[in-house]
Design a protein. Structure first.
Length: 136
């Protein structure tokens, strides 16, 4: 699985990350009443959104070959990047009519981020995937 992702990283990881992050930013920039309801709790929405984001960020950092530091510390870097984005997003939502910044939303973001990082860690171990950093 990881080898296939690595061979097709632009199509299967990098592009989906960019598209997903743009969709996430757009969705959080709209007033709540302009978004369709999917019938889930706000906290579950946050958790799931950041779960997907962190999986894509973590895979991006694992498969990129520009920064050995980000490669070596992909799980920690993913936690930092996604968590800081969660904070920035919450603060950004204070400027959007009908939205507010909530600590509990950020906690849900952080839990989703942690779950995404754990999933990739678990899959790497389960599938015995040991990526190596070979700079392009």
């Amino acid at each position: 699985m990881f080898e296939y992702l690595n061979k097709n990283k632009v199509l299967l990881i990098y592009t989906p990350l960019i598209v997903y992050w743009l969709i996430l930013f757009t969705a959080t920039s709209l007033p709540v009443e302009k978004l369709p309801s999917i019938g889930l709790s706000d906290k579950v929405n946050h958790l799931l959104a950041y779960f997907v984001l962190s999986v894509l960020v973590n895979l991006t950092l694992l498969f990129q070959r520009k920064s050995k530091f980000l490669f070596n510390y992909a799980p920690l870097a993913t936690l930092v990047i996604s968590s800081f984005y969660g904070i920035a997003d919450e603060l950004h939502q204070m400027l959007i009519p009908g939205r507010s910044a909530e600590v509990l939303d950020w906690i849900a973001d952080a839990i989703g981020t942690s779950a995404g990082v754990f999933l990739i860690y678990y899959l790497k171990r389960k599938l015995k995937f040991q990526p190596e950093f070979v700079q392009n």
